[in-house]
Design a protein around this ligand. Sequence first.
Ligand SMILES: C[S@@+](CC[C@H](N)C(=O)[O-])C[C@H]1O[C@@H](n2cnc3c(N)ncnc32)[C@H](O)[C@@H]1O
Length: 233
Amino acid sequence: MGITLSPRLQVCCGLVAPGERVADVGCDHGYLSIHLLQTGTASYVYAGDVNEGPLQSAVRNAAKYGVSNKIQFFLSDGLKGFPRDFDTLVCAGMGADTIMSILQNAPWLKSSQYRLILQCQSRTPYLRKYLSDNDFRIYEEAVVRDGRFLYTVMEAGYRPGFALTPAECHFPPALLENPSTELPAYYRQVLSRLQRAVDGQAEHADAEKVRILQELKLLAQQPELSFLKEEQG
Ligand SMILES: C[S@@+](CC[C@H](N)C(=O)[O-])C[C@H]1O[C@@H](n2cnc3c(N)ncnc32)[C@H](O)[C@@H]1O
């Protein structure tokens, strides 16, 4: 009996390398952890949640799906109390502020030992800026559609010297390296959010947002990136 994952969680799982030890923070029902163990992708999982109810449902699900012997649970705010002998941290389904506070409270993650797989539900540009300001590099980022919503999933790691510009925090180069069919829709969403922000501040237009919007609009004028303008069927 296997778990059917949402597209969002499938993409997160796809970034976990075979045999890795994974820390799943904000595990909720535990589906991602359980799937990683059932498929033999992860060798061991530490799963944590700050709330007792979700954590207990993860404990029950791990037993139901027969993976309890390879998973350890933590009632924990972020990584507090977690062992540090894992390879990859997954934080999915949380807003930028929560993910940033989880990273901020675990400064030991600033090591080439760890990979971060992050799927942010809101204010994603702020998370990218945080990563950039704290010497984490986004190696890969992909757009995923889940129902009506477009999200991105990013793989990052501690690697000083790869700061993002303000415009890149809204639309990072990593997205262009591995374009998906949903990328043009995501690009248009980024532009329209910025446009609304600029329009809403007509009286005191934020000069930086105006500049970022102009810079991003120019991207699709480059012949090799003209696909960004295209509507997908
Ligand atoms: C929307 S669920 C996402 C669950 C799953 N990761 C997913 O992507 O489907 C967010 C979960 O994160 C937990 N959470 C929120 N803040 C947290 C924190 N600081 N540390 C650990 N868990 C947290 C919540 O209790 C909730 O179960």
